[in-house]
Design a protein around this ligand. Sequence first.
Ligand code: ZN
Length: 129
Amino acid sequence: MHGLAVVAVFHDLSEAQVACSFLEARGFHPLLRDRNTVAMNWGYLFALGGLRLSVPAAEAGSALETLDPVRKAASNDGSTACPACGSVGIFQKRSWFWSVLGLLNGVAAPRPTGRHVCRDCGHEFGYAP
Ligand SMILES: [Zn+2]
């Protein structure tokens, strides 16, 4: 097999860079496409469909196995659930203030606020920033 295979897609530049470094440190040859584009203007992140972490196709299987425990540890383990409906399908809100401040200073990633939003019922919960 030739070419590159996408092993993960990220919607957070810092998480993508950590995963890329994680693979590099384990002997893989990852490529984080569009890293610089998103670093210059994080708004392109969604237009591009996220940051695609790729490896040579021959490394894809073992790279996925290497990332799997990290992916499981990083995903919601069910310990955080929506207090309104019990769904574990939640996401963490990002701060627009820090996003704008970051854009003005050339830093791309919006910071998490600590508040969560339920994907199923829209309920917002968590501690205030
Ligand atoms: Zn809910």
